[in-house]
Design a protein around this ligand. Sequence first.
Ligand code: BTN
Length: 326
Amino acid sequence: MGLRQRVRDALRSARGGWISGQQLGAALGVSRAAVSKHVKALQQEGYRIESATRKGYRLRKDDDPVSAVLLREALRTRALGQVSISYRVRTGSTNDDAKHAASQGAPHGSVFLADTQTAGRGRLGRSWISPPGVGVYISVILQPDLALGDVPLVSIAAALATAEAVREQTTLPVRIKWPNDVLLCDKKVAGVLTEMSADMDRVEYVVVGVGINVNTPSSALPADRLIYPASSLMVEAGERACRVAVVAKWLERLEHWVDCLVAQGGDPLVRAWQEASGSVGQQVCVSTAKETVEGRIVGLGEGGALTLKLADGSVRSILSGDLTPD
Ligand code: BTN
């Protein structure tokens, strides 16, 4: 075992207590400077190690690190995250990081991960509150062989993957609210932001980002969503989940659904989405940029559009908007 892992294990065995650099150095047979160097590297990897003069170091009890090293160990994918995983303790937005890298030629499957975002973005110009140490904030560059009209189905793939990653952590009811919010016990715990760059007939790249409130305490959750209030896995289930396990599962399932979309088209995703949303037949109200439409959900149509049957019997397809139950 390398020195870094031994420093980490010594801090873990102290169970949240302080150990001085001198004690750590003596226990591991190295200098205090060597300890300090490895503590810095562990902090960069995502471990929540605090340091204080005269006290030394301690690993926070709620430590649940996310890092490139840990994700690589947990990852069971063929392509996603296999070429590059960029981890930052703090960034503006992982979607922005991914888009910037994609414009510089970063390849399919490049992953961008952060412990906290200072300018996390949501759909429809909203922000995504991204406190450190508790949530998952990840974006991935995809260059799927897809027609432009099928790109919205990548969001559906990401929503399915998110619901599956959440479902793996809990037996509580998980469902998808159109287009790609994930609700746990009818509260929003995750959302997907898909952005793309394309020319007239070719998709250059798609960036899919997901934010998942994993161990977020209620005090750090946004309080402004009235119909589906924000929540987290921890708040709903009453126990902490492992963020790296959630991220690894999300990438694995995203790869599955994107591969499925490219190989078989949208039908399997649409069927899975309809099942996971449980919303077919529901009477809803959808606000788009131009209008508000009321109707009963028929399902997902071409390119992932929501198909509604209106009171006058006509059928309307909506590609983007905000849905509320009637
Ligand atoms: C929404 O429900 O409005 C979508 C939220 C998407 C948030 C994620 S967090 C990782 C990635 N980076 C961002 O700035 N946004 C997405």
